[in-house]
Design a protein around this ligand. Sequence first.
Ligand SMILES: [Zn+2]
Length: 102
Amino acid sequence: MPECKNCGRKWKWSEAIKRIFSLGTAIICPYCEEKQYLTNQSRRKMGILHMLLPLLLLLPLILNISFAVGFTIFAIAALVIFSMYPFIMELTNEDEIPFGKE
Ligand SMILES: [Zn+2]
């Protein structure tokens, strides 16, 4: 679970999920209300998970299953991947240089 670098408290899964989907790069800590940012490393890990999703859409072609079944697998996989985010999230006090501009 992500841990606030300002107050050191661990976020609950539900708190982390809510904050991932909030807009903007800064994420507000539920305990100290300070701004936190995702580390580049955790952004990269999320990016890899994102790249896996489109590949799942190719499953119906590879496995010769119907697109309805393929889409169901895709939807479940997307949910599983989103639910993994809090475990991947790593926080930092300072916004790092955006991924790709290092
Ligand atoms: Zn905090």
